[in-house]
Design a protein around this ligand. Sequence first.
Ligand SMILES: [Zn+2]
Ligand SMILES: [Zn+2]
Length: 231
Amino acid sequence: MESIKAPEGSMTTICASPINLTPFCAPKSDPREYLRQPFSFETHSCSSNGHVAVVIPRLHSIPSLNKPELTTLLSRLLTEAIKKRGTDAETGAFWLDQFDPEITNCKECEGAGLTHVCPECEGMGELQPWQECHKCAGSGSITLLQMQLLRNNYTHDPGYQIKPSRCQTCFGIGKSPKAETRVIGSSKFSQRYLLLFKTLPNATVYAFGEAPDPALVVFRGGLGILMPLFY
Ligand SMILES: [Zn+2]
Ligand SMILES: [Zn+2]
C-alpha cells in the first residue's frame, strides 16, 4: 500500500491540543459498527462516517482496525487528493476560518448538541411498519428537554434512556447553517460538514475536478476528506 505523504505543515506539526475524532465518527445507529468509533491503521488514527474522514498521526490509545478494503480506500483517496493539490486539477480552496454562514440553533437538539434515543420507538422512528412514531416525528431521537418531560411519564426504566448521545444532525455543535450547500471550485458541499471541519484548527478545503472527486481538508495536526454532494 502506498503510504500517505502529508503536505508541509500538516501531519508533521506537533499539535498543542489533541484533535477530537469523535464528531467525525458514524452515529450509534449506523449499521457499520466499526465506523462508530475512531480506529488506527498503519501510522494513522482516523474516524469516518462514510461522507467525511479525518486522519491524524497514530495514537496508541486508539485500537487498530483490520478492514483492508476500507483503510486501502482511505489511503488511496488521501494520496490522490494530496497529489492534486496545487495542480490544474484544483478548482478551488476555501480557508474555513473565513467560513461564517448564517446559523440557527439545530432543530433536532434545540442547540444542546445532544439528543436522547426516543423511548417510545427505541430509536426506530416508527412504532410498526408504516406507522411513524408520534413522540419523535419519525426521527428516532428527542431533545433533552422532551426527555426530561417524558421521564416523569415513563414507569419502566430502559437503561438506554440514561445517557444522551451526540446529535446526529449537527454533530454535537448545536448549530445548523441556514443554507444547506456551498460551492467551492467545481464542487458542492454540505454546509453542515463545512461547519464541522471548521472546528479543526486552521482548516482549508481543496476542491478538485468534477464531482464526485472528494475534497482534501488540510488542518494543523492532520488531514481530512470531504465528499461532495451530487444534487
Ligand atoms: Zn420515536
Ligand atoms: Zn443538533
